[in-house]
Ligand binder design. Structure first.
Ligand code: HEC
Length: 140
């Protein structure tokens, strides 16, 4: 909280253009509209930070910058498991590419043209995917 306030304050002073703080709040709205049906963000203490009851997909807590496939309570598809074993990290570039086309991303990442994602959703705008990344990173 204090860190977020400090960042917001610094941006206010510098008058920086599109700020991380703005992106993250855009991302919160996009998360509710596009992700919350299938995902929650719940921390280790069990507190729900975003979403409500979405269970079709894994918990996205701590996803920004972390290895793929870390929700121990979720049964991932074979394609995502293979990518995780190959060392897939959800850095911003991978996260955005995955959201734009999950099947295509897994196919090129694993080199397996038959790989499929269990996630039946695509984000149409790169800027939305970037805002989502900023939002999820802000919840770490
Ligand atoms: C229709 C349901 C659905 C929607 C909507 C959806 N997802 Fe998913 N998502 C899934 C499923 C199912 C998986 C598991 C994929 C697999 O195992 O192949 C997943 C996996 C993921 C992963 C990989 C997580 C990990 O643990 O490695 C990320 C990141 C992700 N989703 C982000 C998002 C974001 C951000 C949104 C909103 C734009 C979103 N998803 C919308 C169902 C959904």
């Amino acid at each position: 909280m204090i860190r977020k306030l400090a960042i917001g304050f610094a941006l206010l002073i510098s008058g920086a253009g599109p700020s991380l703080a703005q992106d993250a709040s855009e991302g919160a709205a996009i998360f509710d509209a596009q992700c919350a049906a299938c995902h929650v963000v719940r921390d280790a203490a069990g507190q729900t930070l975003a979403g409500r009851t979405g269970r079709l997909g894994p918990n996205l807590f701590g996803i920004a910058g972390q290895p793929a496939g870390q929700d121990a309570e979720y049964r991932y598809g074979a394609g995502l498991k293979a990518a995780a074993e190959d060392g897939l990290l959800w850095d911003e570039a991978n996260f955005i590419a995955y959201l734009e086309d999950p099947n295509d991303f897994l196919r090129s990442y694993t080199g397996d043209r038959g790989a499929r994602s269990k996630m039946a959703w695509q984000v149409r705008l790169k800027s939305e995917a970037a805002d989502l990344y900023a939002f999820l990173a802000s919840l770490d």
